[in-house]
Design a protein around this ligand. Structure first.
Ligand code: ATP
Length: 366
């Protein structure tokens, strides 16, 4: 079922946040479309929560502009922004029943008893907690408590819902079940959702688009597929999905760039984007493993010799970890083979030039 989005767009323009001299957010800009589900993904300390708090109004910006729809909210207090917020720790009132917890924002807004009861009942039904209305938080599981927190954040029909690692304290199975519920609720409500996580899988499962944060900046915004197949920076390429990195002296080769790896040369499409050192990023599924001397098969003209260090059976596929003469590790994922290469075998890696992603070496991991 699809509903017309009633969510509001969030527009962040040139925002910075300083704590003393420390720059927690450095001139970020970002737009979340009405009804969109956007995740903020990045390592610890990268600025995700700070950005969420700026939108919620819990933190004052040092510079920049934030709009909800057409309205600047920089000077609007948090409780007047009509934004629902869910945190990792439920922050439910322990002395109140589930129903009273969920009714709390409605009481604060002075909504009459009859309307309040109806809205609470409707919202508890949406999170499948109707039968728990009269329990206290201590009588609920972690997952149920987090659904109460979600109900409390959405009961007043906010046009924007912000969530900061809401499933972080739950075990994997429960987290996966609640991810699906959150997706369903997003579809049903049509509000704009912003979701902070450092778990790339969670971001991929939930989001329409993902903003990747690193050191107080946004490195790239895109769908999971865009971030995986067209990373703009080495950091993004390595943060999303599995990858191998090749480093070596580079030179222009027509429209391509050539990298010298040991005594071999490999190419990737495109010219360096800047004067810095260049690397080629490879995805495991783009690399094959073959007998040395096989040569270019099916356009896989980039060839490197190496030795198998690890063989991992994945059920439907197999993964080889291969080490080159200079110690660089390359991961290849191939179809199951009747006679797989053994650990220690000398092999040849092959891939199509178009599958290598040429990126600037920004000093991130790898
Ligand atoms: P995590 O995933 O660990 O929550 P995050 O990406 O959400 O990380 P933020 O909480 O936004 O990161 O923090 C960004 C940076 O700002 C961090 O280096 C943090 O130490 C710093 N910071 C956050 N709040 C304050 C504060 N009140 N005073 C000083 N520094 C702060």
């Amino acid at each position: 079922m699809t509903t017309t989005p009633k969510g509001t767009a969030i527009d962040i323009q040139g925002c910075s946040k300083l704590y003393g001299n420390f720059v927690a957010l450095d001139d970020i800009s970002l737009r979340v479309e009405p009804g969109e589900f956007m995740s903020f993904l990045g390592p610890s300390g990268s600025g995700k929560t700070t950005t969420l708090n700026l939108i919620a109004g819990f933190t004052e910006i040092s510079r920049g502009e934030i709009r909800l729809g057409e309205r600047s909210i920089v000077n609007v207090p948090a409780h007047k922004r009509n934004i629902g917020v869910v945190f990792q720790h439920y922050a439910l009132f322990p002395h109140m029943t589930v129903a009273r917890n969920v009714a709390y924002p409605l009481r604060q807004r002075g909504i009459a008893r009859a309307d309040r009861d109806r809205m609470v009942a409707e919202t508890l039904a949406k999170v499948h907690l109707t039968d728990f209305a009269h329990r206290y938080p201590s009588e609920l599981s972690g997952g149920q408590q987090q659904r109460v927190a979600l109900a409390r954040a959405m009961v007043f029909d906010p046009t924007v819902l912000l969530m900061d690692e809401p499933l972080g304290a739950l075990d994997k199975k429960l987290r996966e079940a609640l991810q699906l519920e959150i997706r369903r609720i997003h579809r049903e409500l049509g509000s704009t959702f912003v979701y902070v996580t450092h778990d790339q899988e969670e971001a991929l499962v939930l989001s329409d688009r993902i903003a990747v944060f690193n050191k107080g900046r946004i490195e790239q915004i895109g769908t999971g597929h865009q971030l995986y197949s067209e990373p703009k920076t080495l950091f993004v390429g390595q943060f999303i999905g599995e990858s191998s990195i090749l480093r070596g002296p580079h030179r222009a080769a027509g429209d391509d760039t050539a990298l010298r790896i040991g005594d071999a040369t490999v190419t990737a499409p495109g010219r360096p984007r800047d004067a810095g050192d260049q690397v080629i990023l490879l995805r495991p599924e783009d690399v094959t493993v073959q007998r040395p001397g096989t040569g270019a098969v099916d356009g896989r003209s980039n060839l490197l010799r190496g030795r198998v260090r690890e063989v991992i059976y994945l059920g439907s596929a197999m993964k080889y970890e291969v080490v080159l003469a200079d110690g660089t590790a390359v991961v290849a994922r191939t179809a199951m083979a009747d006679e797989p290469f053994a650990i220690g075998s000398e092999i040849e890696l092959g891939w199509m030039p178009k599958d290598g992603k040429l990126l600037t070496d920004d000093g991130s991991v790898g």
